[in-house]
Design a protein around this ligand. Structure first.
Ligand SMILES: *Cc1c(COP(=O)(O)O)cnc(C)c1O
Length: 452
């Protein structure tokens, strides 16, 4: 049997991030100020200068600081596996590879950017970072990053998740972060909402508003974001840069790359170094497939328009595929994919025809995740289980056609904190949500008016 695991030495780890802005066939539309609607940088009191520069840079390779590399080495380079057992179970001639980001201390790809953001803020004299979190994946990554660079971390966690999913909260607290249920009494916004509705379950939009207010009123505090923004996608390109070298060691170049998209950071991190080959016509046949939930299908059902990055309308206005910033996706278990919009970089490449998208229902997604766990051993998070569903479909298509294509999957994190969701599936209680067409239509009527 051919090899199963492809590992890189520490000295083969990339020493710079890849910036797609240098190679886009058409430049990205500008980001716009939420109030004036004019082109803008990121709001200055909220972000470090270095991060602001990276957000708008067109330099092709950006050096990873030595301090960040030394933290990456705690778990990077991450392994790439050949999924021999899954291939066998599917009886497919396809070759399936997966890059596994679940080996980080927080269990996902998110620390790749959390660590970099903590470093740049520390370097510019900031003492504290604030952020929001839903189920806790991003909050735990930032808590880790802050701990490693000696920053305080304040996390506004959506109240329902705070009480229903305590383990990620405890993880954040273990790393020393301060976590409060949002809406909280710690901000103006939170106090106002609690006064009107003491039983408010909270929402990501409210938590974002609280975290932004916190950074705005404290001189020593900046705000930190876990997906969507250009600088976040940039930091995640370590995934694809490593995977490219590992695929070379395996002796194959992928025909199809698959990943899940919430705000788009893990999958862009994987495919951006590969899409460069497609843009430059070296690999014109390469297919890149984004897997999204039927409950929040921004690429397959959304519109390409100007919209706020957050539900509260405080974040910059971005040109992206969106379902409307006021749209609240149904409570599917893949919490990381419940976002109304999509990273401007992915939106742009989708519009230009370099990537495709497919929307999946959660029951077949869990079925695929369980098939993966029962062949490869790793229990995948519900988010990348969407991508596994697409990989299985593609591998079955290869079997039908008698083609041995090479498929590369981004396994963004493990599902060890998602046992409640797996329990629901296994006991037959999991339900599917139809695409909420009416709610999207309503939300799309609230897009900001921006002059082209
Ligand atoms: C947060 C998360 C996602 C979704 O976010 P992206 O920015 O689209 O990557 C996907 N998988 C895991 C494991 C996550 O924690």
């Amino acid at each position: 049997m051919e090899r199963t695991k492809f590992i890189l030495d520490e000295n083969e780890m990339p020493t710079s991030w890849y910036n797609i802005a240098a190679d886009l066939p058409e430049p990205l539309p500008p980001e716009r100020h939420p109030a004036t609607k004019e082109p803008t940088r990121l709001p200055p009191p909220l972000f470090a200068e270095a991060i602001n520069d990276q957000e708008f840079s067109t330099q092709r390779y950006i050096d990873i600081p030595e301090e960040v590399l030394s933290v990456y080495r705690l778990w990077r380079p991450t392994p790439l596996y050949r999924a021999h057992r899954l291939e066998k179970a599917l009886d497919t001639p396809a070759r399936i590879f997966y890059k596994y980001e679940g080996t980080s201390p927080a269990g996902s790809h998110k620390p790749n950017t959390a660590v970099a953001q903590a470093y740049y803020n520390k370097k510019e004299g900031i003492k504290r970072l604030s952020t929001e979190t839903g189920a806790g994946q991003w909050g735990s990554a930032l808590a880790l990053g802050c701990m490693l660079f000696g920053l305080e971390c304040k996390v506004y966690m959506v109240k329902v998740s705070y009480y229903q999913k305590p383990y990620r909260r405890i993880m954040m607290e273990t790393w020393g972060a301060k976590v409060v249920p949002s809406p909280s009494m710690d901000t103006e916004v939170g106090r106002r909402i609690l006064k009107e509705n003491p039983d408010s379950p909270g929402s990501l939009g409210i938590a974002i508003s609280e975290a932004i207010e916190d950074a705005a009123v404290h001189d020593d505090t900046h705000y930190s974001i876990g997906s969507v923004a250009n600088h976040v996608l940039l930091h995640q390109t370590v995934i694809g840069l490593e995977a490219k070298k590992q695929m070379e060691k395996a002796g194959y170049y992928p025909d199809i790359i698959v990943g899940c998209i919430g705000g788009g950071s893990n999958f862009a991190g994987m495919f951006l170094p590969f899409v460069k080959d497609k843009i430059e016509k070296r690999k014109p046949g390469l297919r890149i497939i984004c897997a999204e939930p039927q409950a929040a299908p921004s690429l397959t059902k959304g519109v390409h328009a100007w919209d706020y990055g957050d539900e509260a309308g405080l974040a910059p206005i971005l040109k992206m595929y969106t379902l409307g910033h006021t749209f609240m996706p149904p409570p599917v278990h893949a919490g990381g994919l419940r976002y109304h919009g999509m990273a401007p970089i992915i939106s742009h490449l989708y519009k230009l025809g370099f990537v495709e998208a497919r929307a999946e229902y959660q029951i077949p997604v869990f079925e695929a995740g369980i098939k993966f766990a029962r062949t490869e051993g790793i229990i995948p998070a519900p988010e990348p289980s969407h991508a596994i569903k697409v990989v299985i479909d593609e591998a079955n298509a290869c079997k039908q056609a008698g083609q041995s294509k090479t498929i590369l999957l981004t396994l963004s994190g493990h599902g060890n904190f998602d046992m409640g969701a797996f329990d629901e599936y296994l006991s037959g209680k999991l339900q599917d949500y139809e695409y909420p067409a009416e709610k999207v239509k309503e939300a799309l009527s609230h897009l900001p008016q921006v002059p082209e």
